[in-house]
Ligand binder design. Sequence first.
Ligand code: UD1
Ligand code: CA
Length: 453
Amino acid sequence: MKLGIVILAAGQGTRMKSSLPKVLHPLAGRPLLSHVLDTAHSLQPERIVVVYGHGGELVKDTIDQPDLLWVEQSEQLGTGHAVQQAMPLMQGVDKVLVLYGDVPLIRKESLQAFLDNTASGVGLMTVTLADPGSYGRIQRDASGKVQSIVENKDASPEQLAITEINTGIMLVDTDRLQQWLEALSPQNAQGEYYLTDIIAMAVRDGVEIHVSQPEHAIEAEGVNDRLQLANLERVLQRWQAEALMRDGVTFMDPARFDLRGTLVTGTDVSLDVNVIVEGRVELGDGVSIGANTVLRNVQVADNVCIRENCVLEDAVIGPDCAIGPFSRIRPGTRLIGGAHVGNFVEIKNSTIGPGSKVNHLSYIGDTQMGGGVNIGAGAITCNYDGAYKHQTVIEDQAFIGSNTALVAPVSIGADATIGAGSVITANAEAGKLTVARGKQVTIEGWKRPVKEK
Ligand code: UD1
Ligand code: CA
């Protein structure tokens, strides 16, 4: 069976009150539409067509997938009209599956069961809700056979009491769909071409309607406003945390964790509350992450402890390192095994060698640091001259006294010691003490000024 998928994404999303098209609003850090596309791709269809409208160019540019087909619906005349725009691109496919760009939680498993359940006839995905709200109602006859879908705005009080609703997800033979779409008319409360009207047409033509329900009703929930978006965000975050817990991750509180990307974990990883993970993050065995820490595109090796309130981005952390609390690790940082980075330390585009310690109040930028180095409290690299960035090299076992400024480009030899408070503007020799500061003097007979009476 050759499957085509149409994703409807032309709606304005007025209730989002946003300049961003609705389907580009992020859920777990990615556009709503990207979630639907991932699920669509997982069914391995012959073709995927996205129907876009409002803000369409931006949607196309943002999503930018080479194997997608795009069709514009310049005027939003209804869901039936939207599907019709995609039909010229559906030639040669046997069946068309209709999905919605703003219904992001629909799962692959539910759609696969739906496809399997609809070997012939029309497939219709419904859910039963205590509060059926503004959804289309599923009208069944006395024997329980589906007769039609009645839109909320066209429904009688009796029909409004029906709790089985249309999710909008349908599977229809391509040729039949084409015929029925051509026969739609906008004679209804909204003056729209309703895709839902094809159900009554199918029944009239003696085509069977196969109804499926997704595993969780929430899968069929759409995003119309930011309240619904926030609600789905929490649901998806919960699902992601559950999957990680099943993989053996410990959360102090899974409700206070946000994954906006991909997290790969080893064994015995534990995360304290309010950890945010973005992009692609890998955590090795025995890694623990403290509260309020943000990890963005980082690779963390085994037995690393990252304490509270750290921000790490585009960095690689070797085994047995200790970071934080309150450390900022910026892009291009590489910590080799066993390094320690402590409070109020910022590191950018630098390598910190094995076992080196930068424990208090430092800025290290554009630096190649060897192993066993000790950086005293408040010591910094001055890597920027106002126009250019320059490199600092600190060789193995060097000891940099507190509050030293290393003015790059500069090199500190192996085993060198720099006296506290030095301003180092020339290379410091290996194995020797270098001091670059005003010499301490005591002024005899000096008196503090006093106010005249
Ligand atoms: C539609 C269904 C309703 C169902 C509900 C589920 C129809 C007539 N009604 O209602 O039975 O319960 O979805 O959420 O189908 N869209 C376009 N072009 C258009 C109109 C809509 O692309 O001209 C897209 C929207 O972007 C959205 C989807 O279709 O992704 C649904 O549109 P929406 O207006 O929300 O449909 P409803 O009227 O709520
Ligand atoms: Ca809707």
